[in-house]
Design a protein. Structure first.
Length: 318
């Protein structure tokens, strides 16, 4: 069966890629089979030599990234090429906000900080996806895929309230083909060991998601800003590496256990930072897993006030 892709309108762009709405059609024996809407993500040539290097090894990497099958990870459908270049094929995610993107950054900009119980639900779901990715065997004999660019821009809430982390393919492929001493990603969501160009593993993703978690709880970035003013790259790196983070519970009322989990993810010393799996276990033991989280998250994003269901509800066992 052959698949053909038709590129539509540009729907998003970032530092590493451009995203177009697309249509995928299957062709078998000359007849058109199924058809579905997809997202076509084209890598950008970030240093003048990147694109050729990427295209030389793109297919092997895409095949490896396509091994990631988990409910909390945006699935990589495949790879294609047209006159514009090589592209990755992902499902087209429809969000809950009319005319707005499905990413967490857009949701926080529109609705503000998430209620603590919903932030806990999103955190547990993303940690589940990361724990899976960090432990899955890959075709090249290695264990696990590290994302390296977890941020609110690639955490998505679908129209059904499902939570997914995207861009595993983009981050893995681009990291493999950058120079050893070049940092790819967003400084405000990087772990200290990555910024210091030390070796890193899946716990670097855990730190990055800790910054996302803190932002979900407070509605404000934990790194890269001070007093409402954006910091320079140099000051952002110093902030991540050296400055003490204020617990989110000092800004927003929440169970102390929830704030403690967030702070554990933001531990600067990698040897004391939990893995994604360990963080999930800590949330389970503290009773921080929200029943019917998907429906409650969907209702809140759509504008409903979440007041009846909280982590302090005695019906939610700890």
């Amino acid at each position: 069966m052959k698949r053909i892709y038709e590129r539509g309108e540009l729907v998003g762009k970032g530092g590493m890629a451009e995203v177009y709405e697309g249509t995928e059609r299957s062709i078998a024996d000359g007849a058109v089979g199924f058809e579905r809407k997809v997202a076509l993500k084209y890598m950008k040539d970030v240093d003048g030599r990147m694109l050729r290097s990427l295209q030389d090894n793109f297919r092997q990497e895409a095949k490896m990234c396509a091994l990631l099958e988990h409910k909390n990870i945006v699935r990589l459908y495949g790879i294609g090429q047209d006159e514009k270049g090589v592209f990755l094929v992902f499902p087209m995610i429809k969000g809950l906000l009319e005319g707005r993107g499905p990413d967490l950054r857009t949701i926080i900009e529109d609705r503000g900080a998430l209620p603590p119980e919903l932030a806990a639900y999103v955190a547990y779901e993303i940690l589940d996806g990361l724990a899976y990715a960090h432990s899955v065997p890959m075709d090249d004999g290695t264990i696990g895929a590290v994302h390296r660019d977890v941020s609110p821009d690639n955490v998505f809430v679908t129209e059904h309230g499902d939570v997914k982390v995207g861009d595993f393919g983009i981050a893995r492929i681009q990291h493999r083909h950058t120079r050893t001493q070049q940092i790819i990603g967003k400084l405000a969501y990087m772990s200290p060991e990555r910024l210091l160009l030390k070796g890193s593993d899946g716990r670097a993703d855990v730190f990055a998601f800790g910054a996302v978690f803190h932002e979900m709880l407070t509605g404000q970035r934990v790194f890269g800003r001070r007093g409402g003013v954006d910091l320079t790259d140099e000051d952002t790196v110093a902030q991540v590496v050296s400055e003490t983070v204020e617990p989110p519970s000092r800004r927003v009322a929440m169970p102390s256990e929830l704030s403690d989990v967030c702070m554990a993810l933001l531990e600067k010393r990698v040897e004391f930072r939990p893995t994604a799996e360990e963080a999930m276990v800590a949330m389970e033991r503290a009773g921080l897993v929200l029943p019917r989280g998907r429906a409650r998250l969907r209702d809140w994003v759509m504008g409903s006030d979440i007041t009846a269901a909280t982590l302090l509800d005695p019906s939610i066992t700890r």
